[in-house]
Design a protein around this ligand. Sequence first.
Ligand code: ACO
Length: 278
Amino acid sequence: MADASADRRPESVTAEGEADLAGVDLAGAGLRLDVDGAVATVTLNRPERRNALTFATWRGLAAIGRSLPSDVRVVVLRGEGPSFSAGIDLALFSNAGLSGDGEGFADGSDAEATDRFIAELQEGYTWLRRADIVTIAAVHGHAIGGGFQLALACDIRVVADDVKFCMKEPALGLVPDLTGTKPLVEIVGVPRALELCLTARTVQAEEAARLGLAETVVPREGLDAAVSDLVTALLAVNPGAAAATKRLLWQAPENTLEQQCAAERHEQIGRLRELFAR
Ligand code: ACO
């Protein structure tokens, strides 16, 4: 996967913590950002609504991606309260603005405007694949629809044994459009992805591990510690080697063997130059 987004990364920090981020009201968007050195923790923080996602949440996530301090190497995405995320805020379907956005869904009659609108929301997800960071979804409880897709957008999923993944969009007459279809198919294959999406059934921890939707399953009370251990291990790796390896691995499925061998040589030359320049 080409990583053009890494080149657009800002040099400096615009803001850290809970407060306003480059003019974005993160708290109002149901988000919290905590940056501690090389680790940024993004918390979905509307537990009273099971961390239901609004347009503001997706825009806030995109803003976080654009504004991360340049020394952040690992991003942890987690949910406050009983669920990781119950998916889209169902109030958005009513056009009533109950979510606080004051926005409802466009009816799709202006295809170009709707396309632009969905692309903007997808930006809340795509940055999680950037090569200069490793992203971990720490998932517990329900991860439904847009919440499941958020977990799929991360590089690694560490899940609690109470996890419940569900791709609910088709049951609501929609398609999953928040970048989730590609990673889902890459992980489970087309037949299983089709079965999961069109039945909208719930996948629990044991099956999630078996299908590859979870790299690690731990008891609910051990989730934070498991994520912390993983973060420590990831930070022990040379940052340049980590980024180069992520670039290589993400492009591997789409490359021919010849292309992938060439990509390995290219990345290794960069590594050797850096190592021997010291
Ligand atoms: N949007 C808005 N509010 C929500 C959502 C949501 N997606 N999910 C939960 N809430 C609210 C509930 O309405 C409830 O509010 P209330 O206290 O004012 O009654 C509160 O959060 C707690 O929810 P409960 O249902 O009481 O919590 P419970 O733990 O029993 O169930 C569950 C959680 C399973 C997530 C359930 O709330 C649910 O099914 N939510 C809807 C999920 C959904 O269909 N999401 C859309 C997916 S499609 C997509 O994302 C594009």
